[in-house]
Design a protein around this ligand. Structure first.
Ligand SMILES: [Zn+2]
Length: 64
């Protein structure tokens, strides 16, 4: 008898996972496109790699 819940089937079918760190498929995606693993807490890709425009460091350096 299969021991899978409907929820786990939905998660496995989202195409978001698996986590690059722990291979878990319990991955959620934020509205801004970043993904987070609910198993180990890893988030990817890093926001600094996704951002366009002035970063916090640029602002502190007076560039923006
Ligand atoms: Zn993970």
């Amino acid at each position: 008898m299969p021991n899978q819940t409907e929820a786990s089937n939905q998660i496995a079918g989202t195409g978001l996972g698996p986590c690059p760190k722990c291979d878990a498929v319990c991955v959620v995606q934020f509205a801004w496109g970043q993904k987070r693993c609910n198993s180990c807490g890893h988030q990817w890709p890093e926001l600094s790699a996704m951002q366009r425009g002035p970063t916090r460091r640029d602002v502190l350096n007076g560039k923006a």
